[in-house]
Design a binder for this molecule. Structure first.
Ligand SMILES: [Zn+2]
Ligand SMILES: [Zn+2]
Length: 309
């Protein structure tokens, strides 16, 4: 299970009711932050997220509404005397952006900041652990823009108690080991392997983050079979021509991608300043005609994303 927390759901300029882009995922106590518009660290605190848990930051592109909050956030980690390791991923140039602020403002970091710059030659898989991996694809925007997806590794299959009983596996730590993928030796010297007592592996959670884009192949690749798609829905369906001219999507564009890609849940976000809070129900309705499980993200809204059964 992963917690999805929207910190900012607007585009271009901050509004009193809507902050600029920032989306946090909370997984096993680690925070993954996608984009860091101005004000993101305040939203971080309002959402009750602990800066000490921040491990990964992903910047989609160099439009100010996605990264003007980053120098402040990184500086606050230093001022709080935090000593964690933070991985920052962004387009080529992100290291220079950080260095410029450090040089001009004469500050340094005592914590470890690993900067990973991405260009069109960077392999699709950006980061891989035994529990999850992060991939990227190019979006279709007015400048080089990255979309991301976090995919958990498949989980072990369901434990078959009857099968374990039949094989003589005692009710004890042996069962836990088998569930965790380890083979065990029984008292009668019989070796039992996990595949003998576990069902087929079950999918982990996949969450795709694709904002500031018109519909494109990269978005479809990231969204494929995602449990949650966080999608650019800057404009209502009536403004599709303008949306595509500016490298954005409409509610119905997002819904069509979600439908085509077998997504479980669609979150519309990155709304234009011309979309007021009272307009959101009608935007959701036009998306739901195509993809019923669509939700309009609002600042500080929080959702639990569960894997498919
Ligand atoms: Zn934007
Ligand atoms: Zn942009």
């Amino acid at each position: 299970m992963i917690d999805l927390i929207f910190l900012g759901t607007g585009s271009a300029v901050p509004l009193s009711h809507r902050n600029l882009s920032g989306t946090a995922l909370l997984r096993k106590g680690e925070i993954f932050l996608f984009d860091c518009g101005e004000g993101t660290q305040m939203q971080f605190r309002r959402a009750g997220l602990k800066p000490s848990k921040l491990r990964y930051v992903f910047i989609s592109h160099f439009h100010g509404d996605h990264l003007f909050g980053l120098p402040g956030l990184l500086t606050s980690l230093q001022m709080a005397n935090l000593r964690q390791v933070v991985h920052l991923f962004g387009p080529k140039g992100i290291a220079e952006y950080i260095r410029f602020h450090q040089d001009l403002c004469n500050f340094g970091f005592d914590y470890v900041l690993h900067i990973h710059e991405i260009d069109e030659h960077t392999p699709a898989t950006l980061w891989q652990t035994s529990e999850f991996h992060i991939e990227w694809q190019p979006m279709q925007h007015r400048l080089f823009t990255l979309g991301f997806a976090l995919s958990e590794a498949p989980r072990p299959g369901k434990f078959d108690v009857q099968r374990a009983d039949a094989l003589g596996v005692p009710n004890g730590p042996e069962r836990g080991k088998l569930q965790n993928g380890e083979s065990v030796m029984l008292a009668n010297d019989a070796q039992i392997h996990p595949h003998q007592v576990l069902g087929p592996p079950r999918a982990g959670v996949k969450i795709a983050y694709c904002i500031d884009t018109s519909p494109c192949a990269g978005q479809e690749q990231l969204a494929r079979n995602a449990d949650a798609l966080i999608a650019d829905s800057t404009f209502p369906a009536s403004e599709q021509v303008w949306a595509h001219q500016t490298g954005h999507s409409t509610t119905t564009d997002a819904a069509e991608v979600a439908k085509r890609c077998g997504v479980q849940q669609l979150f519309l976000t990155h709304f234009s300043g011309t979309v007021g809070p009272a307009d959101l129900p009608s935007l959701v309705e036009e998306a739901r005609v195509i993809f019923p499980n669509a939700i309009a993200a609002t600042d500080l809204a929080r959702f639990k994303i569960l894997p498919k059964l």
